[in-house]
Design a protein around this ligand. Structure first.
Ligand code: ADP
Ligand code: MG
Length: 342
């Protein structure tokens, strides 16, 4: 999605006031009645309607008059609110080119006042699912509440909290800089996603390092759940950085072993296919990192896991157990959807 931030410069205080009013109204309305927007914004002389027309022109809100005269935020409107808040806080001062389009996110370079380039990830939960949901109306009926705004914000909060906690435990992750709404700002990782790397000097070492990360995460009570060649970055020194954490789960999750094995499997398959590494049964059942192996793979059950990490450290970053449960539910709903539509 193109992010044209030029309009940001031309938007007035009133524009942002009304945009924020629409956002507030969306806490309990999918489409916010125009009168409610007016009441929340509290602009004098009925100025709200004029402002709404301007926001509509810039595609920051969507107008819906099917049931009543109302508005909702668009992704772009939500982007503007987050960007404005982060710029006001001095986190960055300009937005540059797009560097990644993920399954459920858009990633841009941003620059700070002193010229440092950072990465900004805008979460777009619901983008994939909306399409899926359209063809699965029945499923939607059973869904409690469907709110992309809330889910995208939750995903960003979770990603930020994990990135921070993992960084503090010296996992190779981007440095977590700040977070607002559905937007996470982090350091820019040098290098390329593993999927783009055609050759490595030391594929064995890189492989060991990556498997070692999966094991160490489990020791800390965590499973990445999307650990694959798209979410591992490699630089020129073949240093590994892992990214993309909104779907991580605890080792106490009921499907923990399945997720752990799936992550491990992805890496084994990729290294076998791309770098022709072959794996054989290890007689004494141990690898260099000391974990037991089953057919050359780390076994989930033989890892000593500490399950308290999630609760203690993440709660400290403002990410609660309740939110963790909600987003885990969303992850499994997505898995159900994926099964439904394939
Ligand atoms: P998604 O959850 O949508 O898959 P990711 O976090 O995996 O999003 O990011 C998508 C792509 O954006 C990555 O594959 C990578 O190329 C790029 N990217 C993400 N974060 C960074 C970063 N901090 N530095 C550099 N590139 C990044
Ligand atoms: Mg990704």
């Amino acid at each position: 999605m193109k992010l044209d931030v030029d309009a940001l410069r031309y938007l007035s205080k009133e524009d942002f006031r009304v945009l924020t009013a629409v956002e507030m109204g969306m806490r309990n309305h999918e489409i916010v009645p125009a009168e409610l927007v007016e009441r929340i914004a509290g602009l004098k002389h009925g100025g709200t309607y004029k402002v709404l027309r301007n926001l509509l022109k810039h595609r920051l809100v969507h107008h819906d008059s099917s049931k009543y005269d109302g508005y909702r935020l668009t992704y772009l409107g939500y982007d503007f609110l987050a960007i404005k808040a982060l710029v006001n806080r001095g986190v960055f001062s300009s937005v540059g080119r797009q560097i990644g389009v993920g399954k459920e996110s858009d990633i841009f370079e941003v620059a700070t006042e002193d010229g440092t380039i950072l990465a900004m990830k805008l979460h777009r939960l619901g983008r994939v699912s909306f399409r899926a949901v359209k063809s699965k109306r029945d499923y939607l009926l059973h869904r409690r509440s469907y709110n992309w705004l809330y889910l995208s914000r939750l995903a960003a909060l979770k990603e930020f909290a994990f990135m921070k906690a993992l960084g503090e435990h010296e996992f190779p992750v981007p440095r977590a800089v700040d977070c607002n709404r559905h937007c996470v700002v982090m350091s820019l990782v040098q290098g390329y996603p593993l999927v783009q790397v055609k050759q490595l000097q030391n594929p064995d070492e890189v492989f060991e390092r990556i498997i070692g990360l999966i094991v160490r995460l489990a020791e800390h009570g965590l499973i990445h759940c999307d650990f694959n060649e798209f979410n591992i970055m490699i630089d020129d020194e073949e240093k590994v950085t892992m990214i993309d954490f909104p779907q991580m789960v605890s080792v106490s999750h009921r499907n923990a072993q399945m997720y752990f094995d799936r992550d491990t499997d992805c890496i084994f398959k990729f290294f076998n296919k791309r770098f022709h590494l072959s794996f054989h049964h290890d007689k004494d059942g141990c690898d260099d990192s000391g974990s037991d192996l089953e057919d050359g793979r780390p076994s989930f059950w033989s890892i000593e896991k500490s399950a308290g990490f999630l609760d203690k450290e993440l709660a400290a970053s403002g990410f609660t157990r309740k939110e963790q449960d909600e987003i885990e539910k969303k992850v499994s709903e997505d898995n159900i959807l994926a099964i439904c539509i394939t």
